[in-house]
Ligand binder design. Sequence first.
Ligand SMILES: Nc1nc2c(c(=O)[nH]1)N[C@H]1C(S)=C(S)[C@@H](COP(=O)(O)OP(=O)(O)OC[C@H]3O[C@@H](n4cnc5c(=O)[nH]c(N)nc54)[C@H](O)[C@@H]3O)O[C@H]1N2
Ligand SMILES: Nc1nc2c(c(=O)[nH]1)N[C@H]1C(S)=C(S)[C@@H](COP(=O)(O)OP(=O)(O)OC[C@H]3O[C@@H](n4cnc5c(=O)[nH]c(N)nc54)[C@H](O)[C@@H]3O)O[C@H]1N2
Ligand code: SF4
Ligand SMILES: [Mo]
Length: 747
Amino acid sequence: MKLRSVDGPLTRELLREPARFGLGQVPASATPDATTRMICGYCSTGCSLDVHLQDGEAVGLTPTADHPVNLGMACPKGWEALTPLAAPDRLTQPLLRNEHGKLVPVDWPTALDAFISQMRDVQQRHGAASTAFLSTGQIPTEEMALLGALTKFGMGMIHGDGNTRQCMATSVVAYKEAFGFDAPPYTYADFELSDTVVFYGSNPAIAHPIMWERVKRNQRGASVVVVDPRRTETAMAADLHLAIRPKSDLVLLYGLARQLLARDWVDWDFVRAHTNDLGGFTEHVEPYSIDRVCDETGLDPADFIALVDLHAPGRRVSSWWTMGVNQSHQGVRTAQAIINVALLTGNIGKPGTGANSITGQCNAMGSRLFSNTVSMFGGRDFRDAGQRAEVAEKLGIDVNRIPDQLSWSYDRIIEGIHRGEIKGLWIIATNTAHSWINQSDVRELLGKLELLVVQDLYGTTETAQRADLVLPAAGWGEKDGTFINSERRIGVIKRVARAPGQALTDFAIFKLIADAWGCGHLFEEWSSPEATFTLLARLSEGQPCDFSGIESYRMIDGAGGIQWPYPVEMREAEHQEGSFGSAKPPTDRRRRSKNERRLFEDGEFFHPDGRARFVFSDPEPPKERPSAGFPLVLLTGRGSSAEWHTNTRTGKSAVLGKLHPACTRVELHPDDAAARGISTNDAVTVRTRRGQIEARALVTPTVQEGQIFVPMHDASTNRLTFPSFDPHSRQPSYKHAAAEVTRVERS
Ligand SMILES: Nc1nc2c(c(=O)[nH]1)N[C@H]1C(S)=C(S)[C@@H](COP(=O)(O)OP(=O)(O)OC[C@H]3O[C@@H](n4cnc5c(=O)[nH]c(N)nc54)[C@H](O)[C@@H]3O)O[C@H]1N2
Ligand SMILES: Nc1nc2c(c(=O)[nH]1)N[C@H]1C(S)=C(S)[C@@H](COP(=O)(O)OP(=O)(O)OC[C@H]3O[C@@H](n4cnc5c(=O)[nH]c(N)nc54)[C@H](O)[C@@H]3O)O[C@H]1N2
Ligand code: SF4
Ligand SMILES: [Mo]
């Protein structure tokens, strides 16, 4: 065929030798073995799965028995992980919108030609900064890194963010400010080694079922506390449930700190040696009396005191948080208030302790460190000339290719479309039209773009349906790479299945686009996922996340995953000691067995002075409060362990479909239901100022009076949510909007 702008060597090779790109080919990484192991592609727990092969292709899977993360367990999604690969709506060819507005199948050269010519056209007319990308925490680190390098160093883009903004941005900022680097300090063994385990806005029984299993294995008779407005499955199994008013966590935590100071339950040695600003913090929490805390959180004083008691000196306290904290108009300060309590009591860097943010997606941690969106590779700063020079040198590229400014955050990219400044958008592995907070707005906005490219497994997603060009991607199970889980553990995924039709790995798609764009020469060293991993290991050198000691995928596999940091010196020390991969007790910080490690054991943090910071500010009320027309507070979140986000993958499994109600449901309290004449299973309308949805009522005392809960998995949920953002992290506050529920009258 005749190509206008695409004539790179890789495209020619794709036409000549499609198997080299994995097309229709027996899995490249298939071993002759009957089984191979890899990390699950759903949540950030990072369970290992044994995939059973026949002629190199997956025929089934079971959880790995001897893996340090899951110890032989998996949740329903893990067991069903292969099913979505065979779904009938898998994309098998690129789709291009034709002059009649219809998406029609085309071949790769045509798709690449359309991508290059239209993206270039937008850039020529509106400048390179008018094109942007939105990516994900659900593809391997190597793919994220290649995308980030290609778009910013190769294609001249400045703006690109990920769905991790909806999820982890708050933790990133909280850790950076407090510790000097985005560094979750824990290892999962801490679940088992604590005396007190506190979950703030976290529902692991549903969202991280295998982490929850680790809590159940606690051998120290730990007291488990859940701070959540809802009586979740996790709260029901806890020793103490603090059903606070939504968004009152900050007041609770300042009150807790004040009580700890009043009782002198402070680890003074630790605080003096390793922190700054306790004086200011002590003054700050002074007004948070027991009365004020109970008044603002709605808690019973006895329950609040019980929480304080569980922080007694000598107890190992680990505090964990997830989206109930991060998705808030004051998420960063709330997360830092959790960190402050840990610093105050010296509950950090020791077994069974920590101020611990649990990540969400399988590779959210990889995205935070290597997607080149907000920070530059390895957690560096785009604005720092020295760091730009360092990255340029390690990559062998001209430093002028590296932008010297920060990318806009997701919400600012959306606003940029509003203002007509962003005209071309490339969305990879996220379903914006379903999951973004202001859905009616975003769906309309996507239509305003001059070019929308969507790269996904399925052509049926709400976002792909709105695209001008859809690129068919291979999924988990059909490609090689690494993920980084919640406890900083790097694990391997492998190609064990054939991608359907013309679907290519995201890695191959990025390489082809680089080639066709004319910047392929920048990525010669990025020849395969594993070669890219070596490059990333080199980029990590000298950073807190240094994993330059990892030599190969094989080494990671053999060790059951390796946590960062793992610098060269650590590997060398382990080799010398003969303790590599063995259970030999560690001797010093650099010589620790690599299987279960936590950060800050020596009290050294990543700020230049080595000290952690207390960061705090005054609480503020949520931006949209209940009113006469909308008297209820709407909470959203995960509905069941069988549903994953926008359900593009989990929705394909009949087994998973049986584990949750088929319809959209809204949970409401019996008194609110009675006042509105609503019974369970009634058809109801849920309204907010943004829009309304139809749902079935589930009347249950697990939600408090005055609150309702709608799972995020339904395509319409985000018509309701209120777009407010944490000012420091720009993370959306999905968990607070004013709403009303009414019964649909049958005619
Ligand atoms: N089955 C399943 N598992 C998943 C996912 C999935 O879609 N399905 N997604 C993964 C991802 S990406 C993520 S980020 C994690 C999310 O994991 P979680 O954060 O545990 O899940 P959510 O249900 O979003 O929110 C947790 C809880 O926050 C509570 N909450 C709401 N407002 C407040 C508040 O103001 N204060 C407090 N203290 N709590 C509040 C909600 O009632 C809810 O129970 O799950 C991961 N695991
Ligand atoms: N109301 C409400 N909304 C929320 C939340 C909430 O609590 N409440 N939570 C927020 C959070 S924490 C998150 S993380 C987001 C998640 O929101 P999304 O990221 O939009 O959700 P997913 O369904 O996981 O979308 C991933 C997409 O990538 C595709 N995909 C999967 N694997 C691959 C791959 O290897 N390559 C490519 N190219 N595509 C792939 C899938 O088919 C799917 O379309 O939702 C946010 N939205
Ligand atoms: S807990 Fe998470 S990582 Fe483990 S099997 Fe379930 S979805 Fe996969
Ligand atoms: Mo998430």
